[in-house]
Design a protein around this ligand. Structure first.
Ligand code: TRP
Length: 334
């Protein structure tokens, strides 16, 4: 057990690079990440290999998204001096560790992973791609290469962290106890609804407000959002529980959301006014992000420099861990 030297908490978290980030990401994970990165050593992964598991036919989209998402991180207030932002594909040790892990993970345990199941349904996969089915194994390697102790994620990722814990436990039993069983840190906030009121906010559903939206884009999108369909006239009593706009009031202005609830249910506030209030609130939240984003846009090389230096730091940690892993497994012949 002496090998388990590391006691300090270390965070690893990340996003698939399939497009820019939206308010759902902000509420579900980014806000918490900004808070936590001041407290704990933090690694943030641009999961471009994992993005390939569903977007292998869209390499340009992935490439563009690596920079867009980095810009989003910086815009929401991640300090690149405090957090290490890095690209997954440039840490070959993650791929190597994935292969070693894959030897003792059963196909059944992956098939029964509830997130894999629901994502496969979303993509209407009749047959599963090998890489897609195995991405929780690669995610276990993402977390293990830097011996992260905490993984802040949305609720849908919990099965993957559970799978990581099992993989690490098995590795430690089989070879040597050098890897860390991480804990998921799950935010309390439920997934944000999309503007269509039906699905969770997501790029693929075209129901999202992006973090780089202008004030007029926010107003336009909010104006078109679905509300309670049974409300025809302004003074009809509304059903805020089913209205995405009300869910935004709850998520973004908790203090006033009780008043909105009452005024909507009693038909005192109409949808137009209610939408204007929330559009203003969203604009207020995005405004400081716009200012930070401008700083980075005015220095286009800076983003690449930040990701490159983060990737180099991650590479050197990956080398150390993989040396330990190979030693533990006896793959150290020369
Ligand atoms: N699967 C995560 C998502 O879709 C992204 C991700 C990849 C991740 N590797 C990770 C998250 C490691 C946490 C830890 O959001």
């Amino acid at each position: 057990m002496t090998e388990k030297k590391q006691v300090k908490n270390r965070i690893l978290t990340g996003d698939r690079t399939t497009g820019k980030l939206h308010l759902g990401h902000y509420v579900g994970s980014l806000k918490k990440r900004v808070e936590m990165h001041y407290k704990y050593e933090t690694f943030i992964l641009l999961a471009d290999v994992q993005a390939l598991t569903t977007h292998f036919d869209k390499p340009q989209q992935i490439q563009k998204s690596v920079r867009q998402i980095t810009e989003d991180y910086l815009a929401v207030g991640i300090d690149p001096e405090k957090a290490t932002i890095f690209v997954q594909s440039h840490i070959p040790e993650i791929a190597e560790l994935t292969i070693y892990f894959s030897m003792f993970v059963t196909v059944n345990s992956l098939r029964h992973n509830p997130t894999i199941k629901s994502e496969a349904a979303e993509h209407s996969y009749k047959d599963l791609y090998y890489g897609f089915l195995g991405y929780p194994v690669s995610q276990a390697a993402d977390i293990s290469f830097c011996k992260a102790t905490l993984v802040p994620v949305g609720g849908d990722q919990v099965p993957h962290i559970e799978q990581t814990r099992k993989i690490v436990r098995r590795f430690n039993e089989l070879y040597k106890p050098i890897l860390i069983e991480p804990e998921a840190v799950v935010g309390k906030t439920p997934r944000l609804k999309g503007l269509d009121g039906k699905n969770k906010m997501s790029k693929s559903m075209a129901n999202a407000i992006y973090l780089d939206s202008s004030r007029s884009e926010i107003f336009q999108k909010v104006q078109k959002a679905v509300t309670d369909p049974s409300r025809i006239r302004k003074d009809d009593p509304g059903h805020p529980q089913i209205c995405p706009i009300f869910s935004y009031h709850k998520a973004f202005s908790e203090k006033t959301s009780n008043d909105i609830l009452e005024s909507c249910q009693s038909g005192k506030i109409g949808c137009v006014e209610c939408k204007q209030l929330i559009a203003n609130q969203i604009d207020f939240i995005l405004e400081p992000m716009r200012e930070r984003r401008q700083v980075y846009r005015s220095k286009p090389k800076l983003i690449d420099e930040i990701v490159l230096s983060g990737t180099q730091k991650a590479q050197s940690i990956a080398k150390e861990t993989m040396k330990e892993v190979r030693d533990a497994m006896g793959i150290n012949y020369f």
